[in-house]
Design a binder for this molecule. Structure first.
Ligand code: IDP
Ligand code: MG
Length: 140
């Protein structure tokens, strides 16, 4: 396995409850290195574009409302097989299905307000990283 990068978001439900540090500790304990990070308040335009793949899903408008309801922390994570390593520590989308020891099991409020985003493939990781970060903001 190679060292790769993935894109992560600490979502508004988590920043509201001041969980950024606890989530970062779980990411680091899973072997991921935070090589870029910034706290932003997404615009509806940004959130709409970011989640465009879900635009036909019934929850799309709600998701945009949620993702713009407060600050988020966008991150680039680096590590062995980073996409999978991060998805494993995130846990299932629905916290009711998330395994013990995962971020969503520990912190998610419900299937929408589920505390973290993580890219689902290396291709999407590259697209999502470029959506929020310039090359000089990422320091490996
Ligand atoms: P993922 O975040 O685990 O990759 P996706 O299916 O890509 O899950 O969905 C993106 C985000 O959309 C989820 O993290 C969650 O915030 C929201 N979402 C997914 N499914 C539902 C749903 O059935 N109801 C409400 N929100 C949902
Ligand atoms: Mg997804």
């Amino acid at each position: 396995m190679a060292v790769t990068r993935t894109f992560s978001i600490i979502k508004p439900d988590a920043t509201r409850r001041n969980l950024t540090g606890k989530i970062n500790a779980m990411l680091e304990d899973a072997g991921l290195r935070i090589v870029a990070q910034k706290r932003i308040h997404m615009t509806a335009d940004q959130a709409g574009k970011f989640y465009e793949v879900h635009k036909e899903r019934p929850f799309y408008q709600d998701l945009i409302k949620f993702m713009t309801s407060g600050p988020v922390v966008v991150q680039v994570l680096e590590g062995e097989d980073a996409v999978k390593t991060n998805r494993d520590v995130m846990g299932a989308t629905n916290p009711a299905d998330a395994a013990e020891g995962t971020i969503r099991k520990a912190f998610a409020e419900n299937i929408e307000a589920n505390s973290v985003h993580g890219s689902d493939s290396d291709e999407n990781a590259a697209i999502e990283i470029a959506f929020f970060f310039s090359g000089t903001e990422i320091v490996g």
